[in-house]
Write a protein that binds this ligand. Structure first.
Ligand SMILES: Cc1ncc(COP(=O)(O)O)c(C=O)c1O
Length: 243
């Protein structure tokens, strides 16, 4: 949208997607941007230090917009929390933490921003059926996010016993493993898991994930009922045989 509106875009350098606070401060000083657009998780692989990011932005006059499509329902109150963002938005398409299959929402407690965006907001209004879907499905978000984080924590711990895992110590909704031949590994994992298409495996470098040769296992795309220790163990054993 920024490109569409003819606004200048500058990209914040990160550590494999993760924002470094000192880098952010220097970057804002250098480019004096109006807004920072950021997702709750770096490529769904690591939770961003949102409260610190927000404090820097707030102090330096930058509007912080969090895309919390993956962070809604965080029981720790760190992600998708209006106290740590000027504006929060979330897609509720599929597969998302609020899994409606359509639509999304924007939220702010800043009345000036809200009033100034009234026209554009009224032109992107969700239909009433989608709104009812969001109101109903959002109740499941805490369980979806906590179960998915728990499954990733388990996977990261186990996989790290025999190979490198990206952002090993951070909470996440998926798990990325660096690999020299990611296409080959992605193919082997898809074959082993008997999945067709790309939804469970993302081969990187990928703009939406990380600029590093790696394979990203998209746990976030699984139904939480599938995240049993037995199923997670299949992923671990498959990776073991490819190491
Ligand atoms: C973090 C995030 N925000 C927004 C979107 C866009 O979602 P939609 O399908 O509603 O356009 C995606 C899509 O996967 C996403 O991962």
């Amino acid at each position: 949208m920024a490109e569409f509106c003819g606004l200048e875009i500058v990209y914040l350098p990160t550590e494999f997607g993760l924002v470094k606070i000192e880098v952010l401060k220097h970057f804002i000083e250098k480019f004096n941007p109006e807004a920072l657009f950021i997702t709750s998780f770096a490529g769904y692989m690591a939770d961003q230090p949102l409260s610190n990011i927000y404090n820097v932005c707030d102090d330096m006059g930058v509007v912080m917009v969090e895309d919390a499509s993956g962070g809604i329902g965080d029981e720790n109150g760190l992600l998708g929390n209006g106290d740590h963002a000027h504006i929060i938005l979330a897609s509720t398409g599929s597969p998302k933490t609020v899994n409606v299959g359509n639509g999304g929402f924007i939220s702010t407690d800043n009345t000036i921003l809200f009033e100034s965006a009234k026209n554009i907001l009224s032109s992107v209004k969700a239909d009433p059926v989608t709104c009812a879907g969001i109101a109903s499905e959002i109740k499941n978000a805490p369980q979806v996010i906590s179960k998915t984080i728990e499954a990733c924590k388990f996977l990261k711990l186990e996989i790290n016993e025999f190979r490198e895992v990206l952002h090993n110590n951070r909470q996440s909704l998926n798990v990325a493993v660096p690999d020299e031949t990611p296409k080959k590994l992605g193919y082997q994992l898809r074959k082993g898991l008997n999945v067709h298409g790309g939804s469970i495996i993302t081969v990187c470098p990928n703009y939406n994930r990380v600029n590093l040769k790696s394979v990203c296992i998209e746990i976030k795309n699984l139904d939480i009922r599938c995240m049993t220790p037995e199923n997670l163990d299949i992923i671990i054993q498959l990776l073991k045989t490819q190491t």
